[in-house]
Write a protein that binds this ligand. Structure first.
Ligand SMILES: [Zn+2]
Length: 247
């Protein structure tokens, strides 16, 4: 079964198969196919094909400087939701104000689920009795992701700027990412899959199940690339899908 079958992803990802030419990036003029992975701009011939999303919270992504830009899926988020996604190259980091409520999405030892975090924050707000508003936007404004390999992320996590942030683990879902990473379990998601998963859980915690498919288009480029790889290689032969689920 196709893993994207139940998702509502704009069908125009199929049109990307007909794009053969590279184009100069509108910003840096380098020759690119589909998009520029250093400027986060979409090629002008794709402008009208690519869906754009508005997200319910801000997404910040810290990229490891040695992560190969063309291979990162974090860029997909910046291309598809340009108003709500920002990418930082480590050691560059986002700066937050005291009004920003930030979570770090990473499966660390002290991490809790989004639902647990939401319940705890709600309880605390009730205790403080400050103008009680339990809408999600009052509890989380920014979600921070680390875009790197399994081993690179360990270094970034030691940064003191991250140490005070509440750490959220997503529900287990199998990755469909084709890129093999030595030593990582099958549930270690590509950054774009993790962002999609967070948006699903956010919708569920808010009890807005009718909006469940609202953010599926964030996987627009991911789906296209998945299908492209699967035209070239047999699924069973791709190392990435043969990783154990748990290690
Ligand atoms: Zn460029």
């Amino acid at each position: 079964m196709n893993p994207f079958e139940n998702l509502k992803i704009s069908n125009q990802w199929r049109d990307l198969f007909h794009i053969d030419n590279r184009q100069p990036c509108t910003n840096c003029s380098k020759s690119r196919k589909y998009f520029c992975y250093t400027c986060y701009t979409i090629n002008s011939d794709l402008e009208n094909i690519i869906p754009r999303l508005k997200l319910p919270l801000k997404i910040d992504i810290i990229k490891h400087s040695r992560e190969i830009p063309g291979k990162s899926t974090a860029i997909h988020a910046a291309l598809l939701a340009p108003e709500d996604v920002a990418i930082y190259i480590y050691p560059d980091m986002p700066t937050y104000t005291k009004n920003d409520k930030v979570i770090l999405v990473y499966p660390g030892k002290s991490s809790i689920s989004l639902q647990e975090f939401y319940n705890k924050a709600k309880k605390q707000k009730k205790l403080n009795n400050d103008d009680f508003d339990d809408s999600f936007s009052e509890i989380i404004t920014h979600a921070l992701f680390i875009d790197s390999t399994w081993s690179q992320s360990k270094g970034i996590l030691k940064d003191p700027k991250l140490s005070g942030l509440p750490c959220i683990k997503l529900q287990i879902r199998l990755s469909q990412f084709w890129r093999h990473q030595k030593g990582s379990p099958r549930w270690f998601l590509a950054t774009i899959e993790a962002i999609h998963q967070l948006l699903i859980e956010y919708t569920l915690v808010e009890n807005q199940t009718h909006l469940l498919n609202n953010y599926d288009n964030i996987l627009f480029f991911f789906r296209f690339m998945y299908e492209k790889i699967h035209q070239l290689y047999e699924h069973e032969k791709l190392m990435s899908y043969r990783r154990p689920v748990n290690i």
